[in-house]
Ligand binder design. Structure first.
Ligand SMILES: Cc1cc2nc3c(=O)[nH]c(=O)nc-3n(C[C@H](O)[C@H](O)[C@H](O)COP(=O)(O)OP(=O)(O)OC[C@H]3O[C@@H](n4cnc5c(N)ncnc54)[C@H](O)[C@@H]3O)c2cc1C
Length: 498
């Protein structure tokens, strides 16, 4: 028998890691002994990233359950009261139900507030060090801790850190997925990129509301205020990138970075800007001249169950290292905080963290307890991304149908926004609304005017489909319905198969 200096090592003091360290150290354990936690973070400087800036009401609720809601105070955070979805210049107002609110902020300031809470928590030691490997017992294969290099002047030596349990929360570019998950490891699927800029002093179509602009031929554009004077704009660039950009990214990324930036700027000015609200144009031009264009991959990684035969003992993954969805719906932090709430309650009930049988049971429970919220958010983000970023004629029908569904108001906006904001985590309700949108889209196709170019005229006019159009529309409806099935079905399967 040997005793380890820590009960738990957490790799990464980001959204999930910092919140978990604080949550565990401030809750009462069944065996009365307070947790001794080592939180390893490669850089404790304020992060400057284009991620994690809008926290949905469901995520804010989880933050309150963790006693961390004060982390949004004093950082110039902005209340978020719902969404505006804009198509062809027309916004639809989608408020959160029951006057619920989320928060948006500068990511770095929020993370520093979370870290400061973790630093103040009893029993938590925060160390600035980069973890480079997991220490594995050569006999049992169990993970005993990690090796990390402290961020000190000239430090090169890898220092071992040992604990009963190691939790890896090192984010979307995790280096440890395959070592932890073994044969159960899944490669994240790249869906698109977000290119981000900050716009100064602009007026959004609806104040204190996240704005989603549906852009023809490209992915959606997101706008949300992150401070009194700053509004984040995220432009979705599909994967693979548009041809000219792709070439430049692949071949000249390192050598010709300025060319890449110019191409990307031109692409935004030519293709995206004309479809954005005019109140944004000037500020976007200014930001393109002044601000640094930043790009982040938007990946999908379904959650595979941990603690089974294929995964390593003594360690598990948390946060984006384990499960990712498209950031279109701003659900990542909400899922991470909700995971921390469930884990805190489960881990405080564990008598012996080194007993892997007990830990495996905890991981199984966690996996299924988080499903309602995590599956709803994961599936919705990707399904909505497919619809909003429609790149074929059937998805285009669904995109227009979805917008018109929102225009109906009432339950047609209440249901979807309750799902998106984590207020009602219910995959069945999501299924119902998704297929209601599919059927409504087909109805819209038969009954609403559409642009048609008449013989001898170059200008399209709006016409309602006539009986002669019906045979073609019936065939098209089958394809639209099938497209809806192949968008939703595989996503549902990724959540249910484990
Ligand atoms: C473009 C984009 C926009 C997004 N916008 C939103 C949004 O508006 N709202 C929302 O809810 N979600 C959003 N997300 C998702 C959200 O950012 C993530 O879900 C969330 O940050 C995940 O938290 P995490 O703790 O797993 O990872 P992170 O918050 O990334 O934290 C990982 C930490 O680990 C540290 N680390 C990494 N490697 C090591 C190592 N080897 N050793 C030590 N430390 C290490 C990193 O420095 C970092 O501090 C967005 C994602 C993307 C890609």
């Amino acid at each position: 028998m040997w005793s380890t200096p820590y009960d738990i090592i957490i790799v990464g003091a980001g959204v999930a890691g910092a919140a978990l360290a604080h949550a565990l150290s401030t809750s009462k354990r069944l065996n009365e002994k307070p947790f001794r936690i080592c939180l390893l973070e490669r850089s404790l400087a304020e992060p400057d990233r284009i991620v994690g800036e809008l926290l949905q009401p469901g995520g804010y609720g989880a933050l309150q359950k963790l006693g961390l809601e004060s982390c949004t105070d004093g950082i110039d955070a902005v209340p978020v009261r719902g969404y505006a979805v804009v198509l062809d210049g027309q916004p639809v107002h989608i408020p959160y139900p029951d006057a619920r609110e989320g928060r948006s902020f500068h990511h770095g300031r929020f993370i520093q507030a979370l870290r400061s809470k973790a630093k103040q928590a009893p029993g938590v030691e925060v160390i600035e060090a980069t973890v480079s490997e997991l220490i594995e017992c050569p006999v049992t294969g169990r993970i005993l801790g990690v090796r990390a290099t402290r961020k000190a002047e000239g430090a090169v030596e890898k220092e071992p850190f040992f604990a009963d349990l190691t939790i890896v929360a090192d984010g979307c570019f995790s280096n440890f997925r395959s070592s932890v998950m073994g044969q159960a490891a899944i490669k994240p699927a790249l869906k698109s990129h977000f290119v981000g800029l900050i716009l100064e002093d602009i007026q959004l179509p609806i104040d204190k509301h996240g704005t989603v602009v549906l852009v023809k031929g490209h992915g959606p554009v997101l706008l949300y205020q992150i401070g009194t004077h700053e509004t984040r704009i995220l432009l979705d660039v599909k994967a693979p990138l548009p041809n000219d950009l792709k070439v430049s990214f692949n071949f000249f990324l390192v050598i010709c970075r300025p060319i890449v930036i110019v191409l990307l700027q031109q692409f935004i000015i030519d293709e995206i800007l004309p479809q954005l609200p005019s109140s944004v144009h000037l500020a976007l031009h200014r930001a393109l001249d002044k601000d640094r264009l930043r790009r982040m991959p938007n990946s999908f990684l379904p959650p595979a169950e941990q603690g089974g035969h294929h995964t390593k003992e003594g360690v598990f993954l948390l946060g984006d290292a384990w499960n990712m969805r498209h950031p279109l719906t701003g659900g990542g932090m909400m899922v991470a905080f909700n995971d921390v709430v469930i884990l805190r309650d489960l881990l405080t009930g564990v008598r012996d963290l080194s007993n892997w049988k007990e830990m495996a049971r905890v991981l199984h429970k966690w996996h299924w307890k988080r499903k309602a919220l995590a599956s709803t958010v994961n599936i919705l983000s990707l399904a909505l991304y497919d619809l909003f970023g429609a790149d074929d004629e059937y998805l285009e029908v669904l995109r227009i149908g979805c917008f018109k569904y929102f225009e109906r108001g009432g339950e047609c906006i209440n249901g979807p926004v309750s799902l998106l904001s984590g207020i009602v985590p219910d995959p069945i309700l999501l299924f119902r609304h998704f297929f209601a949108v599919a059927f409504y889209s087909i109805w819209v196709m038969f009954t609403h005017p559409y642009p048609r170019t008449k013989r001898g005229s170059s200008k399209p006019v709006m016409v309602v489909p006539g009986y002669d159009d019906y045979p073609y529309l019936v065939l098209k409806s089958i394809s639209v319905f099938w497209t809806a099935c192949i968008v939703f079905g595989p996503l549902m399967w990724t959540e249910l198969r484990w």
